[in-house]
Design a protein around this ligand. Sequence first.
Ligand code: SF4
Length: 377
Amino acid sequence: MLNLESPTSAYIHVPFCQHRCGYCDFTLVAQKDHLIEEYLAAMEQQLAEVGEGIELQTLFLGGGTPTHLSIEQLQRLFNAIFSHFQLAADSEFSIEANPLNLTEEKIDFLKQVGVNRVSLGVQSFDSDILTFLERDHQPEQIFEIVESLQSRIENTSLDLIFAVPSQSLKDWQTSLANAVQLKIPHLSTYGLTIEKGTTFWSRQKAGLFELPEEELAGTMYEFALEFLDAEGLKHYEISNFARPGYECRHNEVYWTGDPYFGIGPGAASYQNGIRRQNYRSVVTWLKRIAAGDSPISDQEQLSPEDRAREAIIFGLRRRVGIDVAEFASRYGFDLHALAHAAIQKHVKAGFLEETATHLRLTQAGCLLADSVVVDFL
Ligand code: SF4
């Protein structure tokens, strides 16, 4: 039986990787493939609890590296997913992948099961930077994989990282130029951040490397905005660029505050104003399901004001910004009544701008988005 608000989007977390990259703090296990069968059995159980015959507009398999699974394992996961969900005719079906384990056979298989968007963790086209990031592919492999991918699944997105120690502006420009040369319709760019608990965290603390100056990171970001815009890739979210019609519909669901299912370790769901977060430890998540316990570690019912504030924070991520009239009718709050001081402060500082209909970040504001949105909490 479906709840009041029935999501039409689902996120499926696949927490397996060949190796944990030094900067990565995602929910995953590396070198623990013996857990895959147990994970698949747990997913079959979890998916059975979601319901039957639910039509999805967007389905997103993220990780980890979903394509680390073999074709047989992926087939079992898809069988479980499609026993409970069905895809709408014009749906978006995305999967995250890494160049190394994306064989031609696997690409054919993904195409055949209906995947129509692949997000590839490329990170850089420079072999020294790939080595520093502990990635297990080389630049030449990216070209081969992207070509073979695009001949079957044209909607390919690349993730690229900037502000990596020892990366020059020229290195970054070369990576962007390579992505454009490959006629990529969607790009996600992230500045390297060092998260507590990662091996990069300890290495940085030990003085083994330093992140580039903020000024250089800012220059790299600004270069991406200008260069990609000139190449027809529109900046539509703080970290995302797309040719018209190639914006990631699944991520738009998060940014517009629409409901979604989240299944798997570390996955979050949002439905009827309730946010639920599954246990992040893969082993704990598996054990709890095996014992018949709930996989949810945190659950929060958002008040109407919480929902409105969250809508500002997510809405500002989008370059189009927040439609002020729509915000008032959807959340029941006037934007200025709720956050006048924060709006004034950041408009004055040049980080926010108000048009006749919208409130949005300026280009300078995009660079400092985290410190801007914190004032709306
Ligand atoms: S491949 Fe991606 S998800 Fe896996 S450890 Fe590296 S960065 Fe994290």
